[in-house]
Design a binder for this molecule. Structure first.
Ligand code: ZN
Length: 283
């Protein structure tokens, strides 16, 4: 939970072989603060540890899957210390400049996303409404994506002078030329277009999103656990052999060059952009 919020920021429920992990900050379009990141981590760990769970569904409560990282809600907690689970970077909260940003984002963004991608059970994202910037990272670490017909995807952070979100999977989840257009324009990609590109597996009516995702999860759950775990590993390894793992590392450096440039030349490491300014600029 976050100060001022009485309901859990992530809900966990198991029904048969399917665990559903639901981001639960609908009033803030499921913007991810560190409280949510660590609640997600606990939920994924629980699903991994429970032998009854064969498949995990990641969902967002409310109208939107996730509008991205929390850059403006009252529960924003980027300045606070956090547990460190994904790596051994030290506490960022009492450090300055690039050291603080690099330590924090290595853990809560890149590190956590990599950790969750390795969960040895299939994870299916059920996406509706906005899946923007930091929201993309959460959808992309899932093995499959089922999108509602009202879902859209966007990464508008180039407006901050930054080459995409911290988990730079763009040219692996869509063709490179489309990735450039997606980033250069910051435009919303509708679910149908994402389906044409192979970025999502299914597009379903909004009212049927939960049910259709569950049907798919239950079908997959009939497979043996070890077969699923090894298959996931096999495809993830293939992606890494196609450069995903070192690609993420190299672009993470560019991402932090951009944050540092902003901090030197603008008001802050986000280029003076907050939620209100990003909205004004059309995202
Ligand atoms: Zn960043």
């Amino acid at each position: 939970m976050t100060a001022g919020e009485e309901t859990p920021v992530v809900r966990y429920a198991r029904q048969g072989p399917v665990a559903t992990v639901t981001m639960n900050r609908p009033d803030h379009r499921n913007a991810q603060n560190s409280a949510m990141t660590y609640a997600l981590d606990r939920a994924f760990y629980r699903a991994a540890d429970d032998d009854e769970v064969k498949v995990v569904v990641l969902a967002g409560e409310g109208r939107h899957f996730s509008a991205g990282h929390d850059i403006g809600s009252p529960g924003r907690d980027a300045h606070l210390p956090f547990d460190r689970k994904a790596g051994l970077w030290w506490d960022h909260s009492d450090k300055a400049g690039a050291e603080s940003r690099y330590a924090r984002e290595s853990e809560v963004y890149l590190g956590m996303c990599r950790r969750w991608r390795e969960l040895p059970k299939p994870v299916i994202a059920a996406v509706q409404g906005a899946c923007v910037a930091g929201g993309l990272m959460l959808a992309w670490i899932c093995d499959l994506i089922v999108a509602a017909d009202d879902a859209f995807f966007a990464d508008p952070v180039v407006r901050m002078g930054i080459p995409g979100v911290e988990y730079f999977a763009h040219p692996w989840v869509m063709p490179p030329r489309i990735a450039k257009e997606f980033l250069y324009t910051g435009d919303r990609m509708p679910a149908r277009r994402a389906y044409e590109l192979g970025m999502v597996n299914r597009v379903v009516p909004r009212a049927e999103l939960a049910e259709r995702t569950r049907e798919l999860a239950e079908r997959i759950a009939e497979m043996p656990r070890m077969g699923l775990a090894l298959t996931k590993r096999a495809v993830n390894q293939a992606e890494d052999l196609q450069g995903l793992h070192p690609g993420l590392d190299s672009v993470f450096g560019l991402h932090h060059l951009a944050h540092a440039h902003n901090a030197e030349t603008a008001r802050d490491s986000l280029g003076g952009m907050d939620l209100a300014k990003m909205k004004e600029a059309g995202s």
